[in-house]
Design a binder for this molecule. Structure first.
Ligand SMILES: [Zn+2]
Length: 402
């Protein structure tokens, strides 16, 4: 193995990556130097709260498959749930679904991505879903309905391929998967694509109510990564009258940086009526036209109706998993106020592709998206990465391969 020359290539690559705004990186060039090793590592969750780095032979590729060298992958709440409790019963499993990397090998039939853009060795890609098990679902359906019914890399049961998740050195992207060429986005942006797609979808769902407009007063409850990105998506749409609600001043400060023009710390208020008064004051004496509920707390769900004006709208997207029952009063909260409610979960393929443009626009208007990634761990420290996520320290935790 020629260790030295591959190191040099890596260093050159890093230097080029750092030259932001300089001439476009020669992404199509590396074919000659990218030697693919015979074996590589996968972080396998082998028991609760324990990843082991396992070395496997890189499998032969089919004509429709490609091999992608992993550059980085965000840690999702779903990963944390798997790590802690394995609710989907997947162990042993190669996790990581918010990943991105570089194509190093392609089957002969691979020509274009899911949007029709050409694919070459050296291109940076993301995947969304694979239709491995269900031939009755087509990519066309995935443009119209959310991808919840499809399989996702990083949540597949282990099999003879092993390279099925993004917490690894390499991933095998099988034919029939959605894949997008995102070479024009930097690494941090690419790591944020998946969570951002969740918010692009939520805002699309909100728009179906016909209530969300340029001059709407919008309240966003919960300022974790999801709420913060929600604010950013609203800003890129031109919505400016945004009030953020959370219990932590640090997060509320970040919400302002992401585009909220007022914030409310619920800990400053006793009882929901007082809290609703706080939201009203933050809008200069008006309740919200529209609300996004971005926490997994049943109490927060029950509260949010009080922040919305008669005839207003609500998008509930906080309950990615079952967080229990919430108690509301159907008369006061929904009927008499005529609140239009939509739920939102994951995204459609179309929303996923829209997200690439959102990320460019967010940067363009100066939103500090890259600050969302507060921690980066090498693959060797994947256990620490998950523990950090569970401790709710920081915002987005990422595993980055260098
Ligand atoms: Zn996720």
């Amino acid at each position: 193995m020629d260790v030295n020359s591959s190191n040099i290539e890596e260093i050159v690559r890093q230097v080029l990556d750092n030259m932001k705004g300089a001439a476009p990186a020669p992404a199509a060039a590396p074919a000659a130097g990218q030697s693919v090793p015979k074996t590589a590592r996968v972080a396998m969750l082998t028991e609760l709260e324990k990843f082991e780095l396992k070395e496997y032979a890189i499998p032969e590729l089919g004509d429709d498959d490609m091999l992608v060298k992993v550059e980085g992958c965000g840690v999702c709440g779903t990963d944390a749930h798997e790590f802690k409790r394995d609710p989907f019963g997947l162990i042993p499993v190669a996790l990581g679904h918010e990943g991105t990397g570089e194509i190093v090998k392609m089957g002969k039939n691979v020509k274009v991505d899911s949007a029709g853009k050409p694919l070459h060795i050296g291109d940076k890609v993301v995947t969304c879903v694979t239709l491995r098990d269900d031939p009755n679902i087509t990519m066309f359906d995935m443009n119209k309905q959310n991808v919840g019914a499809a399989d996702v890399y990083g949540l597949l049961p282990d099999d003879e391929v092993h390279f099925n998740g993004w917490f690894a050195d390499y991933i095998v992207v099988r034919g029939g998967s959605s894949v997008f060429n995102v070479s024009d986005l930097d690494l941090d942006s690419r790591i944020l694509i998946e969570p951002c797609a969740v918010l692009v979808h939520a805002v699309e769902r909100a728009k179906t109510t016909g209530i969300l407009r340029f001059n709407s007063r919008v309240v966003v409850q919960g300022c974790g990564p999801i709420g913060l990105i929600c604010i950013a998506v609203l800003r890129t749409m031109g919505i400016e009258n945004i009030v953020a609600v959370d219990g932590e001043n640090k997060r509320l400060e970040f919400a302002r940086q992401m585009g909220a023009n007022a914030t409310v710390n619920f800990k400053d208020f006793q009882g929901v009526e007082a809290l609703a008064g706080g939201v009203k004051d933050a809008f200069g004496g008006y309740l919200a036209d529209f609300a996004f509920q971005c926490t997994g707390s049943p109490v927060a769900h029950a509260n949010i109706y009080k922040f919305i004006r008669n005839g207003g709208g609500l998008c509930e997207l906080g309950f990615f998993i079952n967080g229990g029952d919430a108690t509301i009063n159907p008369h006061f909260d929904i009927c008499s106020k005529e609140i239009t409610t939509v739920g939102s979960w994951v995204y459609t393929l179309r929303d996923y592709a829209t997200t690439f443009d959102f990320l460019k626009r967010a940067k363009g208007i100066g939103l500090p998206m890259e600050k969302l990634i507060t921690h980066k761990f090498p693959l060797e420290q994947i256990n620490e990465a998950l523990v950090t996520n569970l401790k709710m320290e920081g915002l987005k935790i990422a595993v980055v391969n260098k």
